[in-house]
Design a protein. Structure first.
Lengths: 311, 311
């Protein structure tokens, strides 16, 4: 951009602007959009809808989203810096359009009022999930792997973590190793304690998710009730993944020698032997290790997760 | 690098190699080093010392670190990819030196045996803190801000978070908002529950730290005993930061109107009014808001944290 020395554009990734929506789907702070400004395109989020303008009396209306043909004042954060003027100063460098990243349909036009990066909201809040997702280029989520002991949950989770990490994803595993000796060391194996264990894990997963992570939870979690509770706690971004391996195969593998002990009666309440495993009623996805070896399981799950976390 | 088409170097950030140590300080998997290979320098970690070689009988000795003049076989991870051959094939592209990042002293020479990125350790473990630090370019840590209600802890933490986030640090805040309604909602205000609250928070902070974060914990945490417990749980990378603001100033600010209620006796056991606040005995650093305004406090703490988390 060639500009006069005394007439420099603003450079910022936070703008305060008016939006005129004209999509059938409403403009919503939970979605990300493509912002096209002059010759540049960048991903953006609507941080906040300050108000909608009632076009009849020009009064302000509090709104959480903008419907078709409504005009609102909003704050937007973009992934890349924009080089802009206010719309008052320059109609070209002060305007932009928002497009749906899936359909490339133009969903709104915008007129920039000002740079909002130094607004007094600066220290009002912590860095939200949206900002983190924008920066790292992928969505977050809690991927809950359930299956028998020895089904391959942890191996698959580790393979997926390694692979995504190399691809610069923010990814972390939450499993017994993280929590058993620390956060949950006060808990035993009574039904109440098992419930509390899953409750705490789900909350930690949610905190990690809010911090920007793809969280791979690897827990036997034999009860549907517990997995439903985890989904309830985590919310929308929870995915239940059933790692299905035949119990006979698990007994054959018996990496840690636990099945032998359980069958000999030395470990009480062992899932699959002396305690029930409830297969997921309606899992979000399903890896059947009878048909997929370890490497393929990792590949399939990794691709599914990449798809689920596309911005 | 110009190479023959049929004689390509290996490209990897994981190598299996022999190291000959000649520094007075021992070579240790907990430290990071500068690896200088041909014309390239990159940061590296020693993932594992496989064994030391007894130079008298060539037997292998299990060791956790390498002393001066000892030779060992180690696995190393580098931040950037190396383009190398094995030392057997090429003495130049198969060798490197390790330097101390503080003094630039050469602490070891290395001979590459092979690319170890596809070793069978691949799925044996989760991505460790060391790898995450290498990738993101800074160390992790738990920074525990303690101070009276209204002392400015949260504002300062948010300012530091915003600033570090913009500088591409991995940073997250843990405060009442994250945990009060979730992980710790079963806890009340008895002494036991307060202790359990801090215990859980410290464990979550440790999990976030292990996931690569600079964790800013903002809790009144009035008791030294509790802060000591948090330090005990988190370990070496715990830093206690005292946000010192005079109680009179806090009462004057009274942003949430809590002091007024506490003074009127409507809130029992309110820290600073009807319950004690124990100033840190020996904090790692100290922000005195009598002398520093908000912006300067953020600046000072941010620079201190950047210094503490230098790789």
């Amino acid at each position: 951009m060639i500009v006069r020395r005394d007439n420099l554009p603003s450079i910022s990734h936070s703008i305060d602007c008016y939006l005129c929506a004209f999509s059938d789907t409403q403009i919503d702070p939970n979605n990300s959009y493509i912002l096209k400004h002059t010759t540049q395109s960048t991903r953006c989020y609507i941080d906040k809808i300050l108000y909608e303008i009632n076009v009849n009396d020009l009064h302000r209306i509090n709104k959480d989203s903008l419907n078709k043909n409504s005009i609102g004042r909003v704050k937007i954060s973009t992934m890349d810096d924009l080089f802009f003027d206010s719309y008052d100063q320059n109609k070209i460098t002060g305007s932009f359009i928002l497009m749906d990243p899936g359909t490339y349909e133009t969903v709104a036009v915008g007129m920039i009022k000002k740079d909002s990066s130094n607004d007094n909201i600066f220290y009002e809040d912590t860095i939200g999930k949206n900002h983190r997702e924008l920066k790292q280029g992928h969505k977050t989520g809690v991927f809950w792997l359930t299956g028998l002991s020895g089904s391959g949950k942890t191996t698959i989770a580790r393979g997926v973590e390694q692979d995504l990490f190399k691809r610069n994803y923010q990814v972390v595993i939450l499993d017994g190793d993280n929590v058993r000796h620390g956060l949950c060391k006060d808990l035993g194996f009574t039904p109440e304690d098992r419930t509390e264990n899953i409750r705490r894990i789900a909350h930690v997963a949610a905190i990690l998710r809010d911090s920007g992570f793809i969280v791979l939870c690897s827990f036997i979690s034999p009860l549907q009730e517990h997995r439903d509770m985890a989904r309830e706690i985590v919310g929308d971004e929870f995915r239940e993944i059933y790692i299905e391996t035949d119990i006979k195969e698990c007994i054959k593998r018996d990496v840690k020698g636990l099945y032998a002990k359980a069958i000999a009666g030395e470990i009480p309440n062992f899932t699959g032997i002396s305690a029930p495993y409830e297969p997921p009623v309606n899992p979000d996805t399903h890896i059947c290790t009878e048909f997929l070896d370890e490497v393929d399981s990792i590949l399939v799950l990794r691709e599914w997760i990449r798809d689920q976390t596309k911005l």
